[in-house]
Design a protein around this ligand. Sequence first.
Ligand code: GTR
Length: 426
Amino acid sequence: TSAMAQTTKKFVANYDEAKIPAYELPAALQTQDGDPVETAEQWNDRRAETLRLFEEHVFGIMPEQRNIKVKVVRSDRDYRPGVTRHELDVSILPLDASSDRSPLVVQVLADVPQSDSPAPAILGLNFQGNHTIDNDPRTRIPSSWVRDRRNGSTDGNKAIEAGRGVASTRWPSKMITDRGYAMITVYYGDIDPDFDDGFENGVHGVMPEFIESLPEDHRPGSIAGWAYGLSCVLDAIEQADALNVDATKVGVLGHSRLGKTSLWAGATDPRFAMVISNDSGCGGAALCRRAIGETVARINTSFPHWFNDAYLQYNENESALPIDQHQLIALSAPRAIAVGSATQDEWADPKGEFLAWQAAAPVYELLGMSSDDVKVAEDASMPKKQSVINAGPMQYHLREGKHDLADYDWECYLDLADRTLQTESR
Ligand code: GTR
């Protein structure tokens, strides 16, 4: 019976390069009408077109307007010598100022090196709560939904004391502030809970009129919601002088589903000076058309709420997509971009991430990357483990090890920040 066929059809991931279907990537530098894109000005239009394609076919649409309020709720000077730990509340308010709907309150943690001049920063969402980044007993524990970890660090879907510090290896705050950067982090579930809630909760819940005004296929999934939240946090960084962070030098970082999110945040918000994708894989930096490891069909089955409904039509039909992921990377041009992969992370297709990074280089070239740097990017082959390719504002690295955000990854990202975010004033 067909019911039988459905229940027995299991997804088996392909990891064999020889079984990758023949494919051709969409040209980043050609309009949908087939016109070549040869100048920076023409790229402006092509960029807008590309952004719209990702909104309509992949992530969904969020409003251009944002309305936030920021309050500093804690400033712990010399949390470590020379570093202030701040906690902020960022309220995401309804777009219509006359609405009486309650705002969504997002908790931000920021470790900022003390200095006369505002610090550059790396902003990244975390998976388990700000209290999980170290053992600080004062850090607030989120009251929003968390994934039940079944390991004592949560109580069902509630975050608890026992979770303090459990994610500390991913957030090497001392390394970051020693190098002169602020580390700013937010629990992603404060912005939108990571389950299919039909737009009820989180940031979608603040703007029901907007969401209902969109065609159903274009309504925003969670990745679009999380990325919008990151823009709201950047608004807060701009507004909160007490933080002493330079909002023009903020890199946005994310791991895995949150790496998909940082790429989309970098695409939708050009104020992010640097964009960092760590092991982002399918829907992030990895080319969809290779269909190796996690595929569009698989991700739409496990996590349909991350994307819009239009994305479903590309299940086992990747070549029908009007874009591929090199164009998501290219939307960050000419800003600094880092793509990091890990050797044992085949599910995220390290090679597909590398090829997408490489295929974005022509857009960087059009926007001024030097021909020497273009040559480095275009001539490179997949690097060996624990090595880095630097081509102007573009960086790719392959870490040895599993799907994770590790010190080596951070070192690579901070090196790129040193090359691209720092100025004489510091
Ligand atoms: C996996 C998912 C990946 C990646 C990962 C993560 O289950 O298949 O796309 O996003 O979760 O976010 O850790």
